[in-house]
Design a protein around this ligand. Sequence first.
Ligand code: PEP
Length: 255
Amino acid sequence: MTRKDFIAGNWKMHATHLEAIQMVQKLGYRLEEADYDRVDVVVCPPFTALRSVQTVIEADYLPIQLGAQNVHFEEKGAYTGEISPGMLAKLGVGYVIVGHSERRHVFGEDDATVAKKLRAVLAAGMTPILAVGETLEEREADATEDVIGRQLDAGLRGLDTDVVAGLVVAYEPVWAIGTGRTATNEQAAEAIGFLRERIRASFGDAADATRILYGGSVNPGNIAGLMAKRDIDGALVGGASLDPDSFASIVRYWV
Ligand code: PEP
């Protein structure tokens, strides 16, 4: 089973809508048709820039896909400050990150909340990118598999096999996010291999279709080594995705 490469840029709380327009235009100039044939290229700007980025993508016929960084699980109601799945879908958003470590650890989202968000994203016809990952203390306590296995199970429990096949999962060790400290290729491949086998245990061959990314201080210098690992299907990129030159180099990791 071949899985198409998937590289997503998580811009976090960076870029006004005007800056975001420039960023996506510059990225568009740097990528070629053949790059998109090989890689699904996704950008996840802040909510306030989604509409502007979508307009550029449409107007310039860019094969760049749009993602969101977060979502609320209810469709509408008295949830001041929140954004619903339907609002995102209407903007042409195809992917939504759920369970990012900053949502879990800074904003206190637990597995149950992440699971509700994941289902709400699916119900609105979009694809969740389920992020899982252990803290440094958990890794040092040899609890990596317990933690990421639990986070994965909570997110996927009860889903249909064909839905799981279409999901994107991102293994993002918390200690590697925004720290400049990347997991070694072997550490990343080991955790991702574990996640794939965990999916297989519940969903059978769907595990061969689910794309599983690595995230954590990915940059143009380390992406090729990560992508050389059979089980690593792509990357969720934070800091290095803010610079269109470096993000384009990551997308074109084989060049
Ligand atoms: C992320 O935000 O998901 C991430 C991996 O960030 P960084 O690449 O900056 O570590």
